[in-house]
Design a protein around this ligand. Structure first.
Ligand code: AMP
Ligand code: MN
Ligand code: MN
Ligand code: MN
Length: 286
């Protein structure tokens, strides 16, 4: 079976490795098909593709778009997108524009509980300034000793209901899917288990997503438990949605799964790559 990883981050967004370092690590770990899916930015794709070609890895242009849907934040992965498709590039520019103001808001909230200098501190962890996000704040707060690791910072300070959380309006679901599909790509709901959706809301989301042209859901991801892998596998199967898989790797010390280190799909899933030309020899995963 091929080693396929369709979700990971470089220092263009909130990963720590440059696109080149990331692909080198993937190659060293036996990944054969890799998608780079930075948050709201496609600036790393060209460099990643160059290294992937040199290492004989099949490279997939990807992105992970931040979306607001019914007051929640969802992430939609785009696979096989065309980075030169203007509406996609322009849409992503718009999504990024909100991040600087949100970062100021987060810093102001943290200031209220006595944490000073977090804006400047977070920026020292940023690769591209327009991509500042919560992970950069988290790394700074770990450095300052506010928590032992990034995960704990999120729990204590940065998720909904915690002092450093500020609501934010991202792209609409329909825009994100239009940008991805319009560029010839496939839209995939990233880590659905992370959104804590009740049965009915999940059902609404999957209905709406499919109606808007979405193709698949991430069944295998480091944020899913084995039960969630089975659960979302069943949903993909029963709704004729394709199944995707990805480590969501960010950094060697921060990620549950390293690049290419993924469990298999549950039986019955149709992989998102089944119709890809470049993987014509992929064995069907059952
Ligand atoms: P942002 O787009 O700036 O809101 O940041 C979202 C990113 O924060 C995600 O892609 C993850 O990398 C990270 N993140 C979100 N929730 C958590 C969590 N509970 N623990 C660790 N990292 C998280
Ligand atoms: Mn991230
Ligand atoms: Mn995500
Ligand atoms: Mn991700």
């Amino acid at each position: 079976m091929l080693n396929i990883d369709l979700h990971c981050h470089s220092s263009i967004s909130d990963g720590v490795l440059t696109p080149a370092q990331l692909v080198e690590r993937a190659a060293g770990r036996g990944v054969e098909i890799l998608a780079l899916t930075d948050h709201d930015d496609i600036a790393g794709l060209a460099e990643a593709r160059r290294i992937a070609e040199a290492k004989s890895i099949t490279f997939i242009n990807g992105v992970e778009i931040s979306v607001s849907w019914r007051g929640r934040t969802l992430h939609i992965v785009g696979l096989n997108i065309d980075p030169d498709y203007a509406p996609l590039a322009e849409g992503l520019t718009q999504v990024r524009e909100g991040r600087a103001q949100r970062a100021r808001n987060i810093a102001a909230e943290l200031e209220k509980i006595g944490i000073r200098g977090s804006l400047e501190g977070a920026y020292t962890y940023v690769g591209i300034r327009s991509l500042i996000g919560r992970t950069h704040f988290a790394r700074f707060l770990v450095e300052q000793g506010y928590a032992k690791d990034v995960k704990s910072v999120f729990k204590k300070y940065l998720i909904k209901g915690k002092p450093g959380y500020t609501p934010h309006e991202w792209a609409s679901l329909s825009d994100a899917i239009d940008w991805i599909c319009g560029s010839g790509g496939q839209a995939v709901i990233a880590h659905p288990g992370r959104y804590n959706l009740g049965k009915n809301v999940l059902s609404d989301l999957l209905d709406e997503f499919a109606l808007l042209g979405g193709s698949g859901i991430e069944v295998v991801t480091s944020s899913h438990t084995p039960e969630q892998i089975r659960y979302f596998g069943q949903h993909a199967c029963s709704r004729n949605l394709l199944a995707s898989c990805g480590s969501d790797f960010h950094a060697p010390e921060e990620s549950y799964f390293d690049l290419g280190q993924l469990p298999e799909f549950p039986a019955g899933c149709t992989p998102v790559w089944q119709q890809w030309k470049s993987t014509a020899n992929a064995e069907p995963v059952v």
